[in-house]
Every structure is written in structure tokens, then in C-alpha cells.
Design a protein around this ligand. Structure first.
Ligand code: HEC
Length: 105
């Protein structure tokens, strides 16, 4: 599978006329598996409040934060810390494509 992803990345990034790195990142952001980043983090990665709940008589919110303009490293660490969001197992090439897209979605 890793090998396939690597091959895919080479094919994708090798020929600009097929799909750009930004378009590849957009595909991951919006169409990755059944629950995509866009579903929680918003159309333009601006962040979104997902739900409210009451705790000790106070209203608390579950927020998917704004994730625009993060470096690949910040994206990787954020995904590793996901407690409410799913654990995605993205390759470095996929993270880089995501960062390229999220710099200016
Ligand atoms: C089910 C909703 C959900 C989905 C889907 C989701 N996230 Fe999240 N994400 C969250 C929430 C909620 C947080 C806040 C931390 C936590 O509780 O997990 C978060 C935190 C993050 C952070 C850390 C941001 C920071 O400033 O600390 C990053 C980066 C991130 N998500 C990236 C992604 C990417 C990239 C995807 C898609 C591959 C994704 N998330 C999909 C809900 C989601």
C-alpha cells in the first residue's frame, strides 16, 4: 500500500497537466475516506463548532480549529494529537499536498 501511494505521488507530481499538488491536497481534504477533514474543519479550513454539551452546568463546545497555513510538521502533529478527530495514516507526500492546499484553500 505504501509503495502504491508513493508510486501514485510520483505519477501525480511528475506531470503538472494531470493534477497539481494543490488539487491533490484538495482531494485529500475533501474526499478522504468516509469522514473527510472538510466535514469537521469547514469548507475553507476556517474551523467549525461541531457540538455543544453541558458540563458542571456550563455549556462547553467541541471545536475543530482553523487549520489554514500550517506547516507539514504542524499538520502531522495535529493529526497525531487528534482525540475527537479520526486517526488518519497519511504519508509524508499526502501531508505535503494537504499543506500546499491549506496554504490557500
Ligand atoms: C470528526 C471531526 C474531524 C475530522 C473528520 C477531522 N478533524 Fe482535525 N480536529 C478535529 C477536532 C475536534 C480537533 C481538536 C482536537 C481534538 O479534540 O481532536 C482537531 C484538530 C486538528 C488539528 C490540530 C490543530 C491545532 O491547531 O491544534 C489538525 C492539524 C487537524 N485537526 C487536521 C485534520 C486533517 C488534515 C483532517 C483530515 C485528514 C482532519 N483534521 C479531520 C476534528 C476533526
Amino acid at each position: 500500500m505504501r509503495f502504491f501511494v508513493f508510486l501514485f505521488a510520483v505519477v501525480v507530481f511528475g506531470d503538472e497537466s494531470f493534477i497539481t499538488i494543490k488539487e491533490y491536497g484538495e482531494a485529500i481534504y475533501k474526499r478522504y475516506e468516509k469522514l473527510s477533514c472538510v466535514d469537521c474543519h469547514g469548507q475553507n479550513a476556517e474551523g467549525k463548532t461541531l457540538a455543544y454539551y453541558e458540563r458542571k452546568r456550563k455549556l462547553e463546545a467541541i471545536v475543530a480549529p482553523k487549520i489554514r497555513n500550517l506547516t507539514s510538521e504542524e499538520l502531522k502533529n495535529g493529526l497525531r494529537k487528534h482525540s475527537f478527530g479520526p486517526s488518519y495514516y497519511l504519508s509524508d507526500a499526502e501531508i505535503e499536498a494537504l499543506a500546499a492546499y491549506l496554504a490557500n484553500p
